[in-house]
Design a protein around this ligand. Structure first.
Ligand code: FES
Ligand code: FES
Length: 414
């Protein structure tokens, strides 16, 4: 097949011939985050967003350009993601519904859809949001009478159009100069998944993160989902504990399932973490930035963010402080943790339980490393290498909550 970057106006003609299944590298920006993928030439933008970047807010209905479910913004204009090949979009700026607004900072269109009950199942909602964004950005003077015709490119199968029209009309009235821009675009971790096996998911994830450029850890504004403040007493001496904390590779090894994959310089690190929560297996890819390493006060401050393709994102501001305690060491971890996407359904109590259990396992690792000088051994067997968090310490409440959450995370595409 013949691939040519569209549109030619983008000024980067890139004539290439490639077989349909031949991998081709393409770089674009999605919701403010640069991404480079190596994908088959025949892969649609919709599948690249969903399966390789974990952005499942872009829905797929007809896959023939009819229903509008897959509408995204490409270089500021609404486009059907099911009708474009990802490799056509080299250099493009893409905005998906995830970039339009955030849970705690919704776009006016999202607020209006919510206020007017402009959705039932929500399947058409991303398409309607981005289609109406495009309309109001380019034709703010649109009248309410014109809206049914103007929005006829997106089909809703289950709710009344009247509420959708009311919502869009209200935003048009509130913003006569044009609708405000997308609110949730910024540099963050993007990770992939594929529709196949767990292994395939991990491979897709590695492919994307390996090609992603250096990025900054960005913490959301507003209140964290949970705050963690946990203290453990270690028998190891303070100098030995600090020697472990001061070695970022050893710190990663003290958390089962975590792995540093790349040093980006200037105290930035890329890595992965596998977490096994009973029936739920999460595989996070992300970044850590050590923003303070204070040897005099034995304190280390880290910003971290990670994303699991199916489950969502987590960001954290973590402070680790070691202090003398008798012959041993008191190790305190304080963290503000932000969860978004499906893992936000953990709720505060469950997320608190999980965070505390993670810290316990981490301090066990630090104790081992500080006393032996060796990284802790990761036990074998099923799920080896993953941080496992249900058995024993967590009880029936957590097990039941995780079963429910696992069922939700297994929901089909949509
Ligand atoms: Fe793209 Fe229907 S899925 S228009
Ligand atoms: Fe269900 Fe539109 S709300 S398809």
């Amino acid at each position: 097949m013949s691939i040519e970057t569209t549109p030619a106006e983008r000024g980067k003609p890139r004539p290439v011939r490639a077989a349909a299944g031949e991998p081709v590298e393409v770089s674009f920006t999605v919701n403010g985050t640069p991404a480079t993928l190596r994908v088959p030439a025949r892969l649609t933008l919709a599948d690249a967003l969903r399966d390789h970047l974990g952005l499942t807010g872009t829905h797929l209905g007809c896959e023939h350009g009819v229903c509008g479910m897959c509408t995204v913004l490409v270089d500021g204009a609404a486009a059907r993601a099911c009708l474009m090949f990802a490799v056509q979009l080299d250099g493009a700026e893409i905005v998906t519904v995830e970039g339009l607004g955030a849970q705690d900072d919704k776009h006016p269109l999202q607020e209006a859809f919510s206020r007017h009950h402009a959705l039932q199942c929500g399947f058409c909602t991303p398409g309607f949001l981005l289609s109406s964004y495009d309309l109001l950005a380019n034709k703010p003077e649109v009248t309410k009478e014109e809206l049914p015709q103007e929005l006829s490119g997106v089909l809703c199968r289950c709710t009344g159009y009247r509420n959708i029209i009311d919502a869009v009309a209200e935003v048009a009235e509130d913003h006569p100069e044009g609708v405000p821009g997308p609110r949730n675009c910024g540099v963050r971790a993007l990770v992939g998944r594929s529709g196949g096996s767990a292994n395939a998911r991990e491979e897709a994830s590695e492919e994307v993160t390996a090609h992603a450029g250096p990025t900054e850890v960005v913490l959301p504004d507003g209140e964290p989902t949970i705050r963690v403040d946990v203290t453990s007493e270690l028998s190891a001496s303070l100098p030995d504990v600090w020697a472990v904390l001061n070695d970022v590779h050893m710190v990663a090894k003290c958390l089962p399932g975590a792995e540093l994959t790349e040093e980006l310089g200037d105290e930035h690190y890329r890595g992965r973490a596998k977490v096994s929560l009973g029936p739920i297996r999460l595989s996070f890819a992300g970044l850590a930035h050590v923003i303070e390493r204070n040897a005099a006060e034995h304190r280390m401050v880290v910003l971290a963010q990670g994303a699991d393709a199916g489950a969502g994102q987590t960001q954290a501001h973590i402070r680790l402080t070691a202090s003398p305690s008798g012959e041993g060491t008191r190790l305190r971890a304080e963290a503000e943790v932000y969860l978004s996407g499906r893992i936000a359904q953990f709720g505060r109590a469950l997320a608190g339980d999980v965070s505390r259990r993670m810290f316990e396992q981490f301090t066990d690792g630090v104790q081992h490393a500080a006393t032996s000088g060796e990284a802790p051994e990761i036990s074998g067997g099923a799920g080896a290498g993953a941080l496992r968090l249900v058995a024993g310490a967590t009880g029936a409440r957590l097990a039941a909550a995780l079963r429910k959450l696992a069922a939700r995370l297994r929901r089909p595409r949509g």
